[in-house]
Every structure is written in structure tokens, then in C-alpha cells.
Design a protein. Structure first.
Length: 91
């Protein structure tokens, strides 16, 4: 199983709607490690490590997000492999 790392920047109404906590729950559900944090510009920034199949599940979920979110844009970038211990929500 080849592991890959990506970053995902999600824009729209994505802060104050449990996006970070919901991202963590989804990541753990599909077996992804990494972290998620809010950015000052109002977007949410995710760094994730997993298989392409796992990462694609997370990307697909990010296009919708939790119920109260209104996602208007998503940007995915491949990065060098990152190692994480679990999945964490950053401030």
C-alpha cells in the first residue's frame, strides 16, 4: 500500500460550522492521518496522508463538508510524504 500526502484548502462558509471536527471524524473513519486548521482568510487547511483511495474519499467529502458548511472552492495539492501520529485539530 503506497502512501501519499496532500494538502486541501477548502473555502466558503467553512469556519464555525464544525468543519475541523467533522474532517477529523471523516479522516479517522477512512484511515487517514494528518491535521486540520483554520486559516486567517476564513478557509480551512488540511494536510492528509493515506492511500489514493482514502485521500479521494476525503476530497469528495470536503466538497460538501458538514451540514452547515457552504463550500465554494477546494484546492488539492500533492506534497512530499508527511508522517503523522493520528489526526489532529489545530488552532
Amino acid at each position: 500500500m503506497t502512501m501519499h500526502s496532500i494538502t486541501i484548502t477548502v473555502s466558503g462558509k467553512v469556519q464555525g460550522v464544525y468543519f475541523r471536527q467533522s474532517t477529523k471524524e471523516m479522516a479517522l473513519l477512512v484511515g487517514i492521518s494528518g491535521e486540520v486548521k483554520n486559516k486567517v482568510d476564513g478557509s480551512v487547511f488540511i494536510t492528509a496522508t493515506g492511500t489514493y483511495e482514502q485521500l479521494n474519499q476525503l476530497i469528495a467529502w470536503c466538497r460538501q463538508g458538514p451540514a452547515k458548511a457552504r463550500v465554494t472552492g477546494i484546492e488539492v495539492q500533492d506534497i512530499d510524504l508527511q508522517q503523522f501520529d493520528g489526526f489532529s485539530v489545530r488552532r
